[in-house]
Design a protein around this ligand. Structure first.
Ligand code: FE
Length: 198
């Protein structure tokens, strides 16, 4: 058996490894720089709560749209030119009423209908929120500044990979006659998650 104890093994430098990875991308026609830029653009400029706000304002002002939205959220938002990733198979819209309050969470991780209501806030991903929102929802909402009357029913919805939720807030009473554009400006990401009411 040959003595290999003196075989000299060279270790590639970081630069060489980066070059090798870059070459592998190039060989396959992949462009990570462009992908990252495209992703940044999507996240910062297209996945924004203003999308959901438009949906809410439309539902407040167009009763037929509201019904379509409640029946099939994914199809209804498409009418407004909005899109959802393929794996977000269902968008379930939860309508608040004067006596029912809906709130969403993702007990496993941080899923939201992010192309509609925007990317989840940091607190949404915290174990604290994910674990307590379900069991102590009234207390958690109160801690977050939403003190609901004891008689108001709270419904907590746990997001899954393929079913995403958004809350349809109650339209504020003093907004009669407002345009959709003006109404949309009232709607916040928090109100579509259900940790605030308008
Ligand atoms: Fe998740």
């Amino acid at each position: 058996m040959p003595d290999q104890s003196h075989v000299h093994q060279t270790t590639a430098s970081v630069e060489q490894r980066v070059d090798a990875i870059q070459a592998a991308f190039d060989e396959r026609g992949m462009k990570p720089g462009e992908f990252i830029e495209e992703f940044r653009h999507l996240a910062e400029e297209q996945w924004v709560p203003e999308n959901g706000a438009r949906v809410v304002a439309k539902a407040w002002t167009d009763p037929a749209f509201r019904l379509r939205l409640l029946a099939n959220g994914r199809d209804a938002v498409t009418e407004l030119g909005l899109t959802m990733p393929v794996h977000h198979r269902h968008l379930v819209v939860l309508e608040n009423t004067p006596t029912v309050h809906n709130v969403i969470c993702c007990t496993l991780c941080s899923c939201t209908a992010f192309s509609i209501i925007g990317l989840p806030p940091d607190w949404y991903k915290d174990l604290e929120y994910r674990s307590r929102a379900v069991r102590q929802s009234r207390t958690v909402l109160k801690e977050m500044g939403l003190d609901l009357p004891a008689e108001m029913e709270i419904r907590v919805w746990d997001t899954t990979a393929d079913t995403r939720y958004m809350v349809l807030p109650v339209r504020p009473a003093e907004t009669t006659g407002w345009s959709e554009e003006k109404l949309a400006k009232l709607v916040t990401k928090d109100s579509m998650i259900g940790v605030s009411r308008l």
